[in-house]
Design a protein around this ligand. Structure first.
Ligand code: NAD
Ligand code: DAU
Length: 339
């Protein structure tokens, strides 16, 4: 099969490309990515020469470029990871979130309609459900929980989800959606909580915890998310939404303390800073549907996953040091100047 993976130079998309190429040797993978600040071609270096892989730099919101690629590749499946993904940036500048996350998704689906794609899979988030109270550990997000967003980021992702379901009902487009909880693991951009805390702790810098650090996130190792998407896009029912999460809820402060403990760094590095506006209190996924229908279960415990993640950041310093130094932004020019 020919599979277009958008946003494949980012955190989860790159992990997904590695997953596909190792688990499905018969498939061809085409990565479509604009290489925004969050896209890093260095990440894809190990597969750049693989004959089953092709990288194309393009914007999912540019209809002509997208359609040209579909014409060339005739994809069987399109998986859409491409997005502006950072909540804090959406508070500073919401505009690009609407353009990429909403309009980009619509552009992709138009090309899917035109070229008769067998499945359009939208990678969505638990943030579309809003948040849950801290004092109700009995409550979880199910696929029936109403959409109720807090940030421009989550609103743009919910807008995209609604468009995807509308394209299914109105045009009969074969779609599926996964809504996953917080991921962590290799290649996570160091603006997000876990890699930010690891990189700053290693440099003995202060660790900025929003508010009192009481907000709860439901952490899933990225490879478990990749396995879930792979199952849903191949075997999930058309037009359906599947929640993905592993019942791994942690308060932010406990995550930060666990990182400090692993790195043998002092808790005095923790600094409480002004809270994020509209900060969601708790996310918690009920993954019963994907388990019952497709047999998916997470394979990695948080204790194991956080140790593997810290080990990866220790063993791959150049990857995140280039990002912090801004060097990775020259990589595309260096790689492609003479091609
Ligand atoms: P990321 O920010 O690490 O990567 C996003 C990628 O998309 C980058 O490579 C970037 O260059 C590319 N991109 C951005 N705008 C583009 C455009 N207009 N055209 C083409 N490419 C573009 O994001 P991530 O954390 O890997 O998240 C991937 C997807 O998964 C997003 O849709 C996000 O909403 C969703 N998601 C993320 C998490 C998480 O915990 N990180 C959890 C659930 C769902
Ligand atoms: O739930 C899935 C979502 O998880 C994805 O849809 C998003 O793309 C992804 O970025 C992530 O969103 P969060 O806002 O939960 O992730 P972030 O790493 O930005 O923050 C995690 C928690 O840590 C959140 O409660 C805010 C807090 N935080 C974050 C940063 C960057 C801090 O306390 N300090 C920080 O410096």
């Amino acid at each position: 099969m020919n599979i277009i993976v958008t946003g494949g130079a980012g955190f989860i998309g790159s992990n997904f490309i590695f997953y596909l190429l190792s688990h499905h040797p018969e498939d061809r993978v085409i990565c479509l990515d604009k290489l925004t600040y969050a896209g890093n071609l260095e990440t894809l270096a190990p597969v750049m020469e693989d004959p089953r892989f092709r990288f194309v730099r393009a914007d999912i919101a540019e209809a002509e470029a997208v359609d040209r690629l579909f014409e060339e590749e005739k994809p069987d499946i399109v998986v859409n990871f491409a997005a502006e993904s950072h909540v804090d940036r959406s508070i500073t500048d919401p505009c690009i979130f609407v353009r990429t996350n909403v309009m980009g998704t619509q552009v992709l689906m138009e090309s899917c309609r035109r070229h008769g794609v067998r499945r359009f899979h939208q990678v969505s988030t638990d943030e579309v459900y809003g948040d849950l109270p801290l004092d109700r550990p009995d409550l979880f997000f199910t696929e029936e929980t109403p959409l109720h967003t807090s940030s421009p980021y989550s609103a743009s992702k919910a807008g995209a989800d609604l468009l995807v379901l509308a394209y299914a009902r109105t045009f009969g487009l074969p779609v599926s959606i996964t809504r996953c909880s917080n991921n962590y693991g290799p290649y996570h951009f160091p603006e997000k909580l876990i890699p930010l805390m690891i990189s700053r702790a290693l440099a003995d810098q202060s660790l900025p915890v929003y508010g009192k650090g009481e907000n709860v996130r439901d952490w899933l190792y990225v490879e478990d998310h990749c396995a879930a998407i792979d199952l849903v896009m191949r075997l999930g029912r058309e037009g359906e939404v599947y929640n993905v999460g592993g019942h791994n809820e942690r308060a932010n402060i406990d995550v930060v303390r666990a990182i400090l403990h692993e790195l043998k760094k002092p808790e005095s590095l923790i600094t409480y800073v002004t809270d994020r506006p509209g900060h969601d209190r708790r996310y918690a996924i009920d993954p019963t549907k994907i388990h019952n229908e497709l047999g998916w279960l997470p394979q990695t415990t948080f204790e194991d996953g956080i140790r593997r993640t810290i080990r990866w950041y220790l063993d791959n310093r150049p990857w995140w040091e280039h990002i912090l130094a801004g060097e990775y932004r020259d990589y595309y020019e260096k790689m492609y100047a003479n091609r």
